[in-house]
Write a protein that binds this ligand. Structure first.
Ligand code: DLL
Length: 431
């Protein structure tokens, strides 16, 4: 089913025309209302009327997380606080969080794009959707909640934490859809197994995942363990939260809500646009937001775009899997390493579990990468002697893919910290 055929199946020329019309209105709006953008445009000698084609978006200044922090908490807001009906914030690991606000109309838009996204994944009226994202300043819980309600699903706002109770609720309420971070849902599979329950015996048929990077292989593993279809969904607080893009049942890229978000893929080094299919930094301009509209937000996420219509009937451009973040990228002895690459390698090796951490340290002037990965429980008890062989295999495969000799430490099952939200994959001991 398609939630909003008018907006999801427009011919490309029409999408572009609508985007241009909205972009022009947006630029005028922020120029009048947000001193930060007015100043940045004045410095470039740019007037709102200079935006004549969609490609002119490239004339506009970019926005970064730092800009949000510098204007903490409400400096980038385009409306007075009394028009804001909701605040959210993303937890920065350092310093002040990024604060975002929503007007009543923004809340309506958010609900609609999420309703679209969950329908795209396959949620229908009659589904029981258990949300295991945290509810709070994080946009995941509340963001998914209202869109799921709009399509008529029975929403169970169970929230992250209290894992055993999640399994009980799934059994007792007949949960058909799970919504959360992939790392937490993988952990919930372990919790079920510890309780003597095979996750495949639970009625869950569909998973909506997002909020953190996951490799294709990780989602496959979740599908296998749970007997569900696992879809990937992307978004970020600065431009809205979840609802920017999401996969359909064909799992071949995430459909972007292009009537609300203009997505550019830029070469992070030169700022030049990357052709379709070529990975670069995802840069997003909000086209309809009222409270905190954003010009060209540099997400630091790396992905590519595909403008071909999809087999599902939607014409919206599709965002490829997020390969990592420019600030997550480790440079080890000159070699660029994304955690997702390591994850793909690990998931393909029998005997290791999908729980891992990358530890980066420095010996003398040389950076070293240690990959800590848990041994699969069955393997651990049955084939203790073969551990050494397994370790060598992991080292070898990583070397083939990364061109880098990493140290590998196989660790006991359940010894790597489980997270209820976004998994912590990198421990950097260099600073
Ligand atoms: O994580 C919004 C969200 C919640 C999206 C729930 C989907 C589902 P933030 O906390 O601001 O917002 O974090 C945004 O998380 O820039 C990416 O680096 C990462 N991220 C989010 N979804 C995905 C995904 C929410 N599907 C940051 N794949 C983004 C890879 C993702 N990375």
């Amino acid at each position: 089913m398609i939630w909003d055929p008018t907006n999801e199946c427009r011919p490309r020329e029409e999408i572009r025309a609508l985007q241009l019309e909205r972009l022009q209105a947006l630029v005028q709006y922020v120029y009048e209302r947000v001193p930060f953008y007015r100043q940045a445009m004045d410095e470039r000698g740019l007037r709102p009327s200079d935006i004549r084609t969609l490609d002119d978006v490239r004339l506009l200044p970019m926005t970064t997380k730092e800009d949000f922090r510098r204007h903490y908490p409400f400096g980038l807001f385009a409306v007075p606080l009394k028009e804001v009906v909701r605040l959210h914030a993303s937890s920065g690991t350092t310093g002040k969080p990024v604060v975002v606000g929503y007007t009543r109309r923004d809340m309506e838009t958010w609900t609609e794009v999420v309703a679209r996204m969950v329908t795209c994944a396959g949620v229908e009226e009659g589904d029981v959707a258990q949300v295991v994202f945290s509810y709070g300043l994080f946009t995941g819980g509340f963001g998914l909640h209202y869109g799921l309600e709009r399509v008529g699903a029975t929403v169970v706002p169970a929230a992250a934490g209290n894992s055993k109770r999640h399994i009980m609720l799934m059994q007792d309420f007949g949960t058909t859809v799970l919504v959360g971070t992939p790392s937490y849902v993988l952990h919930l599979a372990e919790v079920a197994e510890e309780e003597g329950i095979d996750p495949r015996s639970l009625p869950v048929r569909l998973g909506l995942f997002g909020g953190e990077a996951s490799s294709r292989e990780m989602l496959r593993e979740i599908e296998r363990r749970w007997g569900m279809l696992a879809t990937d969904n992307y978004g970020l607080s600065e431009v809205m939260g979840p609802g920017v893009s999401g996969e359909c049942q064909y799992q071949d890229g995430q459909h972007i809500a292009e009537d609300h978000f203009l997505v550019e893929i830029l070469d992070p080094a030169t700022g030049e646009p990357c052709p379709p299919g070529v990975p670069g930094e995802v840069v997003i301009t909000t086209l309809t937001k009222e409270a905190v509209p954003v010009l060209r937000y540099r997400t630091r996420d790396i992905s590519s775009i595909n403008y071909e219509p999809c087999r599902c009937g939607r014409t919206s451009a599709r965002l490829g899997k997020i390969q990592g973040r420019t600030d997550d990228m480790l440079i080890i002895r000159g070699i660029n390493v994304f955690p997702s690459q390591v994850e793909s390698v690990l998931m393909d090796i029998e005997g290791v579990a999908p729980h891992y951490q990358l530890v980066v340290s420095r010996r003398g002037f040389l950076d070293e990468l240690e990959v800590r990965v848990e041994v699969d429980e069955r393997f651990f008890t049955d084939r203790f002697r073969e551990l050494e062989e397994l370790e060598e295999k992991v080292v070898e495969r990583l070397h083939t893919i990364l061109q880098l000799k990493a140290r590998v430490r196989l660790v006991e099952p359940h010894s790597i910290e489980r997270s209820e939200g976004k998994a912590r994959r990198i421990i950097d001991l260099r600073q």
